[in-house]
Design a protein around this ligand. Sequence first.
Ligand code: GAF
Length: 391
Amino acid sequence: MTTDPAAETAADTGIAAVFAAVFGGSPDGVWAAPGRINLIGEHTDYNEGFVLPAALPHTTRVAARRRADGVVRLFSAQGDGSVAEFAAAALAPGSVPGWAAYPAGVFWALSEAGHRVGGADLAFVSDVPTGAGLSSSAALECATAIALDDLYGLGLDAPGRALLAQRAENGYVGVPCGALDQLASSCCVAGHAYFLDTRTLDGRQVPLDLAAVGLSLLVVDTRVKHDLADGAYAGLRAGCERAAGLLGVRALRDVGAAELAAAEEKLPVELRPLLRHVVTEDQRVLDAIALLDAGEPRALGPVLTAGHASLRDDYRVSCPETDLVVSAANAAGALGARMMGGGFGGSVLVLADTDRLAGIERAVRGAFAAAGFADPQVFPAVPSQGAHRVA
Ligand code: GAF
């Protein structure tokens, strides 16, 4: 869980030993892809809007070696000890179950896109929390994509790998996610947030040195597991697409903030809050970028908290635990806080003065204990490097 080169080498030694124990011999290389936070811009990606993620120091690493016989073997140190094995050429959506579906889907998506990829042995070791809204699935996919890109000399670029990883999740695993997580895991740069227009894929790395101004980002993982594969996420996406159709626009991104009230009138009542969230959230991303460009990161706090209120009241994807983190953190002096990811559990991002972090963490843990919730996992989020080769 680090991008420090010396520490990464130590981590490699560990993963090479895992590889040797499972497959024998040495890997051809080791690659890493991170989980992500998202400063603002939630449920905007599949509405072709704006996002502002940053990579976490937590990564999924993969030690990989080409095979000449077309066989793929997958092992995860976080799995049940078994090896998933299949022929690369025989993949069809859904043919490999469980966690191995994500890397298998990358083989499938590469082949569907016309890339010549044969077999490989891959051993994964990850410290990205799973089911926590921090993109553990995308880290698994993007680590696989960069390893196969190098092993088979495909010559892909980072956004290209990200879109193939998204295709794997949509077409092979069957989750209709947008491209936020895969683009963040592939393209982020250490020390920066990544401002991205998900329609045009125009992106800009925005320097984010919060430590220099005495600020920190904290992740609070509520440990309430969300599962994107369930129907709620798909239902929200379908609702947005229905609303766009009724409004005669390609995607809800095309409704400007000034047109919001008139557009709401044209929709059935149940779709209005979805439109409201997407339009106001896109505007919050633009507001956040303007604040960062103006050198006013403290002022991001209220933007984050407004984003949470919109996800809670309009999009309705928060839960009592994420709501409690936001209210307890803000009451204890945070500048702002919001849930991240698909919702229904997962993690909250807190922006605070560094010297108030300990008090905020105490307050959140105390509030959870008082409410009878399980103790959350809390760690700092330092903007880190996107997918890269480690060794
Ligand atoms: C999940 C999805 F995978 C992303 O594509 C995005 O929609 C996010 O939820 C919500 O912003 O992480």
